[in-house]
Design a protein around this ligand. Structure first.
Ligand code: TAP
Length: 501
């Protein structure tokens, strides 16, 4: 890995940057059949980066046909697992080799801080593909405990054609989380990136092809949700939709499935995640730094953002004081291409206006922002919102209940452990939670009582590639991203029952 993250390296790379902006179908870049395109913008400046192919029903159908053909020919599914492993590891290596280029694309199109893209998003994408690749020839299927006159094998088989529909907040990581398990289990994939962030995904598909993934196995159809997304969801020859996005659109995919071929639907959806801080914590500095990271990492545009700080009344003010100091000194906001910046731009103007709407309504309801509460850096033409903390938020306030998907933290005090658990669970979501306590028994009791797919204790974490990630309740169902558990929703179980003569 030769790239380093310096201002000079970034500037040099940007000069030579070429956008891949067409669909990638059956191993080729192609324009949309209609010839239509849509602009993709840099949210830090409001400027158009390039025009991207606007795929629709016809393009999706071509991609599904290519994927089905590749699947039926067995060019991928019937490779020896060790061969799939070798190609996927090359794929991961190529992502690493293009780390700076991909990080720049990600930052330019999504407004994300380049340091995060370079140090977290792109390495995580490569690592996810590499880790999954390694499982190819290490997982065994089963022989059932039948009577001696029968041999019954139970094998996992690939589903066939998988549609992966992605959100805009972690474009590269989300494509990695889908491609890793889908490809290693032998499926052919059509990715529909979010309209706002297509560029990294298209480039990653090209790198996959370069690594040796056969034509038709990995396709990308950029386009709108209402056209390309819906066409994929309704297509009668797609076997699974692996969706990450909002709960509202997740519902639509269930409807598409019900109205067509009953394709499987795996949903990774939204969150309104609690961070619970118990009064026994001794290291408030560490708690403060993690609480801020949980709330404001990726500008709060994060499904697992800890957007509700549920803190014991006796330590609330001391914790908030520490958080305000750290926010002032350690959270530089501004140009996402500056390696020192920790808070970049929100994804688009409409989304910024939505976030500011939540803030304005909270103020109108009488809540006070301890810090932030407004748009900043307007002179850049970009969509920046100051990190915002509201204190003493009632549990029924809009900002305590709705997923804002921006840098807005609601602080909710509590007095008893039971009250803290009740507040943490008082949500229709259940994706992630954080718990802070120095007492082991409290940790065991409370982490068991909090209803969320991942409870991180004394840290803010989504786990790593070895642990499943996904939600309870309306945060999703039908599968988990990451770990070998993710393989389950990309495979069918096949029983072969052999009578012994
Ligand atoms: P959505 O608006 O739900 O969009 C997700 C994807 O669905 C996009 O590709 C979108 O296309 C497409 N889509 C939109 N409407 C559609 C329709 N009617 N039919 C078919 N496809 C449609 O989510 P988002 O705004 O990109 O991302 C934010 C949401 O994702 C948040 O709720 C967040 O919590 C969730 N999220 C969850 C996770 C996990 S792991 N649980 C991770 C990241 C994000 P367009 O781009 O054209 O709208």
């Amino acid at each position: 890995m030769t790239d380093t993250l310096t201002r000079d390296a970034i500037a040099q790379k940007i000069k030579r940057l070429e956008y891949r902006n067409m669909a990638f179908i059956d191993g080729h870049f192609v324009p949309a059949r209609s010839g239509k395109t849509f602009p993709t913008l840099n949210p830090a400046t409001g400027e158009v980066l390039t025009e991207v192919a606007a795929c629709d029903t016809e393009d999706v159908d071509l991609a599904v046909k290519a994927a089905r053909r590749a699947f039926d020919l067995g060019v991928w599914s019937r490779l020896a697992p060790a061969e799939r492993k070798a190609i996927m590891k090359r794929f991961a290596d190529l992502i690493d080799e293009h780390r700076l280029e991909l990080a720049i694309l990600e930052s330019l199109e999504a407004g994300k801080p380049i340091g995060e893209c370079f140090n977290v998003d792109i390495p995580d994408t490569a690592n996810t593909i590499r880790w999954n690749a390694e499982t190819a020839d290490k997982l065994y299927d089963a022989v059932a405990p039948t009577a001696p006159d029968v041999v019954a094998t139970v094998r996992r088989e690939p589903l066939g054609v998988v549609g992966a529909v992605l959100p805009w907040n972690f474009p590269a990581m989300m494509v990695g989380w889908k491609l890793g398990p889908a490809l290693v289990t032998g499926n052919c994939v059509i990715v529909k990136p979010a309209q706002l962030t297509s560029l990294t995904t298209i480039r990653i598909a090209e790198l996959g092809h370069q690594a040796g993934i056969p034509a038709g196995v990995l396709n990308v159809v950029p386009g709108l949700g209402s056209t390309a997304g819906q066409a994929l969801g309704m297509h009668p020859d797609v076997d699974l939709i692996a969706f990450t996005g909002s709960t509202a659109v997740g519902r639509r995919f269930l409807e598409y499935s019900a109205a067509t071929n009953l394709k499987r639907v795996a949903l990774e959806l939204g969150g309104k995640n609690p961070q619970v801080v118990m009064p026994d914590v001794s290291d408030l500095k560490t708690v403060a730094s993690n609480v801020l990271a949980s709330a404001f990492w990726n500008m709060g545009e994060n499904c697992s953002a800890g957007s509700r700080l549920i803190v014991h009344r006796s330590i609330k003010d001391a914790l908030l004081d520490e958080m305000l100091v750290q926010l002032e000194t350690e959270w530089k906001t501004g140009d996402p291409l500056d390696p020192e910046v920790r808070l970049g731009a929100l994804i688009q103007k409409d989304h910024m206006d939505k976030v500011l709407g939540f803030i304005d309504r909270a103020k109108a309801a009488g809540l006070t922002a301890l810090t932030g509460g407004e748009q900043i850096l307007e002179e850049t033409g970009g969509y920046f919102v100051a990190p915002t903390i509201f204190d003493d938020v009632p549990t029924d306030a809009e900002i305590a209940r709705e997923e804002i998907f921006g840098p807005v933290l609601a602080v909710i005090p509590f007095d008893t452990e039971d009250e803290a658990i009740a507040i943490a669970n008082d949500t229709c979501y259940g994706l992630a939670a954080s718990l802070w306590s120095d007492d082991l028994s409290t940790v065991h009791r409370m982490s068991a009582a909090i209803r969320a797919g991942t409870v991180s204790v004394n840290c803010f974490s989504e786990g790593d590639i070895t642990t499943p990630f996904g939600g309870y309740k309306q945060s999703g169902f039908g599968g988990r991203d990451k770990s070998v558990y993710a393989h389950e929703h990309y495979t069918e179980l096949k029983t072969t029952w052999i009578k012994v003569g």
